[in-house]
Design a binder for this molecule. Sequence first.
Ligand SMILES: [Zn+2]
Length: 375
Amino acid sequence: MNQSLRIARIFGIPVQVHWSFGLLLAWVAYMGYEQGWTLRETLFMGGFVLVLFICVILHEFGHALTARRYGVGTRDITISPIGGIARLDRMPEKPYQEFMVAIAGPLVNVAISGILSVVYLVWSGAGSQALQHSLYGIILRDSNFLPGVSSVFELSIVTLIALNGTLAVFNMLPAFPMDGGRVLRALLSVRWGRSTATRIAAGLGQLLAVGLAIYGAYTGSFVTILIGGFVFLAAAHEHRAVRAEEFLSHYKVSDVVRTQFSRFFTFDPVSLPAEAMQHGLEQYVLVFDPAYQVVGSLSETVVLMAVKEELYDAPIESLPLLPAPEVRPEQTLKEVLHIFQTETAPILPVVENGALIGVVDQPMVEHFLRRQRKR
Ligand SMILES: [Zn+2]
């Protein structure tokens, strides 16, 4: 089920690799075979790809470690052939903090470029002008234009300098989901507030996306059209998410709390929730221990899977339960949404003065959002 392989834990943050990254290395091996590379050359290219992805991981750590400074944790960092992603628990909403977290990633790549430039200049003894020309040569893909490069090692260093620079520039494009979109939103937030700032940033991002797609169509680059489409959708998504958050911040748990709900115990057989869920009223239910304490929740998906395996008589506690942290009636629905997302807890017990008065679950909040949108 998990499509990523955990490879390390750095600064307490799990780093994982998506399985498709293996495809990329396989592709390098295939290219080596196709082009008649020696084993050494193939390993070298594979190593180069790995180094490049270490740069991407460092970029993500730039975000994650800056976020940590503002008390925001990171669940994990995943790399795949299309890039890295740091799953922050949330994006800090103070403009200054969002600005710093967003810009930290590209700055890491700028720093890597800078350090490698110094390494190159010291190593090769070439002047900075030769380096500049070689960088043009790589960016323009003109192999006749590499005056400062006399070995494969130097070529790799110069290529890494160019690629890190490209990463920084690409990520600073002022459009979601790129870091530049967040930087722009943070800057606009100072003057116009987060909601309006998101609308402007998303609009600009979509304009840029359309421009990108037109450019792609004009130059016949299918990949550019795809990126344009992707950026366009990401902008719309970000805008919708911020609008939903803003809307939900005006309502409280007590506005939606459901007081009618089923209770199941850890020792109950699976057939009980299965039957209740058949009526389709509840997708998620709370599970209690014999002392009437909530120990977690159960989703319809898990129950259906158990039914499929004919585990009708198995006790509920043998199934994987989801967490169910308590919320209070006066908490905002925005906070609730945040708990749904970060704790993967789809149903929460609502507790007032130590007594369980009802539940709030994901379908209810989604329904609430949809109903308000129609008005
Ligand atoms: Zn980034």
